[in-house]
Design a protein around this ligand. Sequence first.
Ligand code: BTN
Length: 268
Amino acid sequence: MNKNDYSLKAEDILSAQQIRNVLSPQWKQMEIDVYDTIDSTNSQAKRELSAGNVSEKLIVAQMQTAGRGRRGRSFYSPKDMGIYMSLILRPQLNLQDSLLITSAVAVAVCRALDRYAPGKIGIKWVNDIYLNGKKICGILTEAISDFELGALQSVIIGIGINLRPQEFPEELTQAASIGRSDISRNEVIGKVTNAVMEVLAHLKEAQVLAEYRKRSILLGKGITFEQNGNTCRATALDIDEHGGLVVRTEQGRVVTLNSGEITVRNAE
Ligand code: BTN
C-alpha cells in the first residue's frame, strides 16, 4: 500500500462535536467551523475578519488546496494526513506583548504533542516544531493591529501538523510526520486548542519563555543566517525576553535576530 493511502476511520472524520468534547470547560463554547476542502484556513479566517466577523473561533479542514507557510511559502496539506487549523482570537494585548504570541504558541503545541512522542518534540526558532531533526509542524501567526491605539485587534493562529505516516514531495527535505495513525485528529485539535488558549492566558509569565528556551533545539549550536544579502555564521546563545534569537557571529559580535530564517550547521 502506498504510504499516502490512509484509510479514514469513522472517528477520524473531523467533527465539531468531537473536538468540543476534548475542549476544557472554559473553551467549550468556542465556535468551530469544519471544512472538507478549503484553500487555507488562515485565508478563511482573514476573509471572515474582513467581512466584520469578530467572534473568536476555530476553523479546521480535512485538506487545504493552498495552505500557506511563513515567508510566502506553501504548506503541504494533503487530505486526511494532517491537522490544518486556525484560531481567530482577540487577546487584550499591547503590540509589544503581542510579539510573544508566536513563541508562546510554539510552546503550547509542544506541550500538546509531547504525549504522542514524549521528550522528543522541540522548537526551531522562530516557531517550527521538530521531531528527530525534522519539521513536523509549522505555525503561521497573522495579526490585525491598530497602530494608533498601539493594540492588537485580532490574531489568526494557523497550525499545520503532519500527523499520519506519509511520504513528502522530494523538495520538502526537512519535512517529516509524527507518524501516528492511531490518534484521532479531533483529539489532537482539541488538545492543541486547549494548550494554545492556556498559554495565551499566561503569556507574560516568565515561565513561557523559560520553557521555550528549554525546548529550543538551537541553543549552543552553529547556525547560519542571512543579513544584508550575506550569509553569516554564528552560534545560537539565547532567546531574549521578546523571543528574539541572540547569536554570536564568527567575528565575535553579539546580535539579536528578531525575524528571518536560520539554518542549523551540521557538526563540523
Ligand atoms: C510554516 O511552516 O511556515 C507555517 C505553516 C502553517 C500552516 C498552517 S496549516 C493551517 C493554517 N492555514 C494555512 O494556510 N497555514 C496554516
